[in-house]
Ligand binder design. Structure first.
Ligand code: KIV
Ligand code: NA
Length: 275
């Protein structure tokens, strides 16, 4: 399993870091079989797995439940778990206790939290407690209500300047990695060159140290609409619905189950039973 220091080395060597989300046992197995460098148990699970229309309803218990399943499926892949909505904004003490519970119960290797303002002390304290922290800047979906929608961030010189400063502060506070979501590629490239910790982009262009996408977006699994930054590599939906349709049709036509799907009793047992 790769460690936080390996990601630093990968950045130094110019080796791109491939991160993918996973939310359960099969998706985690797929991510590991695909040799992703890092798995993220994103709170996007609220949307792509649980069907909420934002990440805000996701709870600490949801994250633990799903991360446990992910770790069973991907024991050998470094796994980051999202701290969900408003679970890391109270005291530093509460944040350490919540993160400890998540890590100990789920087996995750690190936590991810959104933003810089108000949480830099938390990042520092978590790191000091031995909990590696991945930051998440740019479009921070847990703040959708404050940001006024899912929009590209850091487009103005002023907003870009603030993002650069935030990224530096997260690094200084001890973050080992930063996810940059939905920011102009020039800005993401600049931030990546200014930091010594790796940046992982999503909708942030090709100048970051790695990329992350949501499993369901990559695999075409149950998502109706995808963002501009998504590349869908296959369609699980197409294959699955095709297969399920065939199953339903074969049940109705009594083609399924065939002889080879059935168990039989020996003739003498039947004799004994019925005489
Ligand atoms: O929840 C998530 O999947 C994420 C990634 C999109 C970075 O935070
Ligand atoms: Na997330």
């Amino acid at each position: 399993m790769k460690q936080t220091t390996d990601f630093l080395k990968m950045k130094k060597n110019g080796e791109a870091i491939a991160m993918i989300t996973a939310y359960d046992y099969p998706s985690a197995k797929h991510a590991e079989q695909a040799e992703a460098d890092v798995i993220l148990v994103g709170d996007s699970l609220g949307m792509v797995v649980l069907g909420y229309d934002s990440t805000i309803p996701v709870t600490v218990e949801d994250m633990i439940h799903h991360t446990k399943a992910v770790k069973r499926g991907a024991k050998d892949t470094f796994t980051i778990v999202d701290l969900p909505f408003a679970s890391y904004h109270l005291s530093i003490r509460d944040t350490i206790m919540t993160s400890t519970k998540i890590m100990q119960e789920s087996g995750a290797n690190a936590v991810k939290l959104e933003g810089a303002d108000g949480v830099l002390g938390h990042i520092k304290a978590l790191t000091q407690a031995g909990i590696p922290v991945c930051s998440h800047l740019g479009l921070t979906p847990q703040s959708v209500g404050v940001l006024g929608g899912y929009k590209v961030q850091g487009k103005s010189a002023e907003a870009a300047g603030k993002l650069i400063e935030d990224a530096k502060k997260c690094e200084e506070a001890g973050a080992f990695m930063i996810v940059l979501e939905c920011v102009p590629k020039q800005l993401a490239t600049k931030i990546s060159s200014l930091l010594s910790i790796p940046t992982i982009g999503i909708g942030a262009g090709d100048g970051t140290d790695g990329q992350v996408l949501v499993y369901h977006d990559v695999a075409g699994y149950g998502v109706e609409r995808v963002a501009k930054f998504v590349k869908q590599y296959c369609s699980i939906d197409g294959i699955a619905v095709e297969g399920l349709k065939q199953y339903v049709a074969e049940v109705k036509s009594r083609e399924f189950p065939a002889e080879k799907h059935s168990y039989t009793m020996a003739e003498e047992e039947l004799q004994t039973l019925y005489g």
